[in-house]
Design a protein. Structure first.
Lengths: 320, 341
């Protein structure tokens, strides 16, 4: 990527460029970020169109292919039930990516709302809200997720017997989503704290800026100041910060599935594939190799892209 | 100067500061009174941290004064809540010091200028467009700049946008908070000219806050000198600069850098010693006494009030009037008298 591609909304220099466009231009100059983005694009496309891309079924295997190594028919080999590894990997991308994205989105929405309210209203509201965050922060995140899983998860309820009430309803949703619901819930409920703190801090700094004062002096209503002056100036860095957390969420999902608290068995996820494969790791290394590689490459790609986006939005690069 | 547009009556503003368990008051503005006549330029000068900006923020409704009253076009606006204040905002605008900082980086020039219009005036799209074009012409910006963002403008253009935002709703009074302080000298002159030109054309009144005595001398008809949140002297700018009465004014004017080495008139350079006292622990008596070259015993005990000492001139100093006279002359309307004379 020595030369920038002239597509993707690039403009001639005398035309106005918004901050976002400027950032885009800087991002495209960053090779590592572009490479990361390209890899991610491939993974995302594969995940979205998994039904068409994956060559075999992910649930039905052929017993003769148990533990089969790579071959022409199954380029990545088959797992302990004779299911095609490549197909499971592709469908696994769907689970892993959505755990990362939906987890990030949930945490983002809760965190931004919380931080915005605390920072903008200030005073006692701020104090109470942030002390709550402090208390939540003192719980180990992973422990909280595990507790949540153990308490609610369908696979731990009395087998087959439908439970009534709230817990039963949640279990049903969980079962319907192949065990993903609680991963989203767990990540979302525990990971918004950092976002809330970050957003609150940024709101405090933006609120002291002259343009907010100027908007007040003009007579802009409070809600409009919050919506059009504070929020847009907080959102950019918040999105970047949250994007940097996505690989962490993917890792959470993999970890939870690995220890058996994540998705339910027939559903493939990279963590699940690892946990199914590690028993036979000594004799059939490829069972662990592919999911581990998939996780690593995805995380690398995310981190490169995230760093690139952060650098592109770096406020120090804008003229002051 | 027939009508007053703004009368500030003994406004006070203090901020509480918590140091561990102690609560201390920072007195930023103390009993400041003055009157601004319609269609004039009133200057407010003083060192950094003397309460000029806080005074302006109180008037603009960005800060609620701790005491006193602000009368704008006959209405008391000092203690209104946000909603009740809104109708006055159209007629009372402010231009900020740092032009880039006062523009939302995610607002194009058009959005910035248009926001006050949308809030205060219901115009058809055509009228609004015409209004925006008119204002651009008035402040000397090309209409291609409408779609630009603040970081793509020069600082002079940025300040012109700030001015456009302030005048688009046809205000009667504009508070200029050091509008030229962060601009290059070459741009500064042109922005000042623009401001004066706008005043002439639109009949706006300005309250100019500055620490730049040259600007104030050039632009303002009346000037008030502030020190530690108090007004120490008010008068017609030309006379004030020629014959400063208060020792602080004298020192301030003497300290101004000059291009030519000559000193004109009776002006002499008075060096004041020491630092500005902390606004948390104001000195007893006259605030200036620890640094005053002409300090008298009474200065340490009694705080001098603002008294009429000459035609159109008020001074808060024991050199010009004993405390006995003070009570008869400097009653609440003191500021008004000075300005009306």
């Amino acid at each position: 990527m020595a030369r920038r591609k002239p597509q993707s909304g690039e403009q001639t220099s005398d035309k106005p460029r918004s901050l976002g466009r400027d950032a885009m231009r800087r991002l495209l100059k960053n090779r590592a970020a572009v490479a990361g983005g390209a890899i991610l694009l491939v993974i995302v496309l594969a995940a979205v169109f998994a039904d068409f891309v994956a060559p075999y079924s992910i649930t039905e295997g052929n017993i003769r292919n148990n533990y089969a190594g790579p071959s022409a028919a199954h380029p990545l080999g088959c797992d302990f039930m004779g299911r095609d590894m490549l197909s499971r990997l592709i469908f696994g991308a769907r689970i892993s990516l959505s755990a990362g994205l939906i987890g990030a989105l949930t945490a983002f929405v809760i965190g931004v709302t919380f931080g915005l309210i605390a920072g903008f209203f200030g005073g006692k509201t701020d104090n109470i809200m942030m002390r709550f965050v402090d208390i939540m922060y003192s719980f180990p995140t992973l422990l909280l997720i595990i507790l949540l899983m153990v308490f609610f998860k369908s696979s731990f309820s009395v087998s087959g017997v439908a439970e009534g009430g709230f817990r039963g309803a949640l279990s049903n949703i969980d079962r319907a989503t192949g065990g993903m619901f609680f991963i989203f819930l767990g990540i979302g409920l525990t990971s918004w704290l950092g976002m809330a703190r970050l957003v609150r801090g940024m709101v405090l700094s933006v609120r002291g800026k002259d343009y907010v004062e100027a908007a007040r002096a003009v007579g802009t209503p409070r809600s409009q100041i919050l919506r059009r002056h504070v929020l847009p100036n907080v959102l950019g860095p918040a999105i970047v910060a949250q994007a940097l957390q996505i690989p962490g969420f993917i890792l959470y999902e993999a970890f939870l599935s690995f220890i058996g608290l994540g998705v339910n068995p027939p559903t493939p996820s990279w963590g699940m594939m690892l946990s199914e494969g590690y028993v036979a790791m000594r004799s059939h290394f490829h069972l662990v190799l592919w999911p581990a590689l998939a996780i690593s490459i995805t995380l690398f790609a995310f981190n490169f892209l995230g760093d690139g986006v952060r650098d592109a939005f770096d406020p120090r690069q804008t003229r002051r | 100067m027939d009508h007053e547009i703004l009368r500030v009556e003994k406004i006070r503003k203090s901020f509480t500061k918590r140091v561990l368990w102690r609560v201390e008051d920072v007195k930023a503005v103390n009993d400041v009174s003055f009157t601004v006549g319609k269609g004039t330029v009133f200057g407010l000068v003083g060192e950094s941290g003397c309460g000029k900006t806080t005074t302006a923020r109180c008037i603009a409704g960005l800060e609620r004064p701790s005491g006193g009253e602000i009368i704008f076009q006959g209405d008391a606006i000092g203690h209104l809540n946000a909603k009740a204040f809104r109708p006055y905002r159209r007629r009372l605008q402010m231009v900020f010091q740092d032009p880039l900082d006062s523009l939302n980086p995610r607002y194009s020039v058009r959005s910035t200028i248009q926001e006050p219009l949308d809030i205060h005036m219901r115009l058809t799209r055509k009228d609004r467009e015409a209004r925006i074009q008119d204002i651009l012409k008035l402040v000397g910006l090309r209409s291609e700049l409408l779609s630009r963002y603040p970081h793509q403008l020069s600082s002079g253009q940025q300040q012109r946008v700030g001015i456009a935002r302030a005048i688009i709703c046809d205000p009667d009074l504009v508070l200029l908070d050091e509008p030229t302080a962060s601009l290059d000298v070459s741009v500064r002159g042109r922005i000042l000219e623009l401001l004066l030109d706008l005043q002439e054309r639109l009949g706006i009144t300005y309250l100019l806050i500055s620490h730049d005595l040259g600007t104030v001398h050039f632009v303002c008809y009346h000037t008030a000198v502030m020190y530690l949140g108090f007004i120490v002297e008010i008068g017609v700018t030309r006379d004030l600069f020629k014959h400063p009465q208060h020792p602080y004014t004298e020192a301030l004017i003497g300290a101004r850098p000059r291009l030519r080495g000559r000193t004109c008139g009776k002006e002499r350079r008075v060096l004041i010693k020491g630092e500005i006292p902390s606004p948390m622990h104001l000195p007893s008596g006259c605030l200036f006494h620890p640094r005053c070259p002409q300090v008298m015993p009474i200065c340490r005990e009694r705080r001098p009030e603002l008294v009429l000492c000459a035609d159109d001139r008020m001074v808060a100093c024991h050199l010009y009037g004993t405390p006995e006279d003070t009570r008869s002359v400097a009653e609440p309307t003191a500021g008004g008298e000075a300005a009306e004379a």
